[in-house]
Design a protein around this ligand. Sequence first.
Ligand code: NAD
Length: 457
Amino acid sequence: MSYEHHVLNPATEELVATVPATSPKEVDAAVARAVAAQRTWSALAPADRARTLRRFAVQVDEHLEELAQLEVTEAGHTIGNARWEAGNARDLLDYAAGGVERLSGRQIPVPGGLNVTLLEPLGVVGVIAPWNFPMPIAAWGTAPALAAGNAVLLKPAETTPLTALRLAALGLEAGLPEGLFQVLPGAGDATGAALVEHPDVAKIVFTGSTRVGKHIMARCADRVKRVTLELGGKSPNIVFADADIEAAAAATPMSFLDNSGQDCCARTRVLVQRSAYDRFMELLAPAIERVVVGDPADEKTQMGPLISKVQLERVRSYVTDDLETVRGTAPEGPGFWFPPTLVTGVDPAAPVAADEVFGPVAVVLPFEDEADAIRLANATEYGLSGSIWTRDSGRAIRVSQAVRAGNLSVNSHASVRYWTPFGGYKQSGLGRELGPDALTAFTETKNVFISTEGSAL
Ligand code: NAD
């Protein structure tokens, strides 16, 4: 039986495209093509592989506006964000290309011979991506995996396959061998599951929900298949009374509203020291009301719609009528719109304060002192990101050391740069992506001892 996915514009609910799903049988054929292409690719001289990836980056750059417009249409991202996302895919390819000729093993001193380690490609890598950042997350797995000599099969989310398909076409135009980078649209529990189960897929790089990540990890365990997991988050934004309160309040709205809150790093728990709470809220409430929500194609828009009706219903279910809220505005009519929302006066254990809502919703919780802030920040199963606002550098260092999360920022909300490592503590993930070691995650280490003493043991 064959399936199709209907791709809708989340701002208008209009049909954008119909994309056929890849059946498990077609996954088998794609893996066979990838196995053959990987042999050709890994046999190329490193400089030739690097040059091809650089050409791929140039292709992405030359089609940046087209890719960005596609992202606006299929994912409802603001045009400013979408351009950044296409640029991020380009930069990742360039950065990974620079690693091809630097992917060296080690020589370790041993008696009676020479000992070297080789970093060999894994073979075929499956990248399973979510819908919230379709282009960057596709590139985070794909670019370093290709650079390390692997083939990549990318399964995009059901709702957002279009930019992935376009990227693969650009890769072919850049000269990647046929079959080396293939995009396999389809349902998670059919196409995705077929990739996870396939014996010739050596590693799965999964980005998505913690629930599905745990399932995939268990399935990979059966074959001791390598796995990297980038999962959910409920990140704290800790504001101390000694911070520049004006700056902290001004930066808070977009720290959880960017991409309509559909961001694994969204700072959705705003923890504010009680002595500065009233002043902070006085500044924050009008800033939330001022956020421009509307047509994502308009350059002035700060926040677009949610991805789908399902996501809209999920977000609505968390913001019940009994909650105290500060709300911004959102368009009426077609589209999956939800206004920027701050929730106050809730218990830290309430579902809206504890679960990943994945929408434009944050809770504000007061704390007493540094120890209380750390306790609250760590009172979650997640550990992806977080921000610390203070003018006391000693406190900034102490709190950075005490918060159990993979990506922290002080007096800033920046958490993702392609040249610094990214990933989660606790149930936010396993392994790291990006940064100087990104290629190594797509290799096996082989140790070789060469005796200098004839046939001696
Ligand atoms: P999801 O878990 O529902 O789906 C993610 C991908 O997995 C999709 O492509 C889906 O089709 C596929 N999938 C679903 N079931 C599968 C199965 N049984 N086998 C194989 N593949 C399967 O997540 P989502 O709703 O698309 O994305 C939102 C989630 O992603 C949020 O929890 C968010 O925090 C997380 N996320 C994490 C990061 C990070 O880097 N840590 C980045 C972005 C998003």
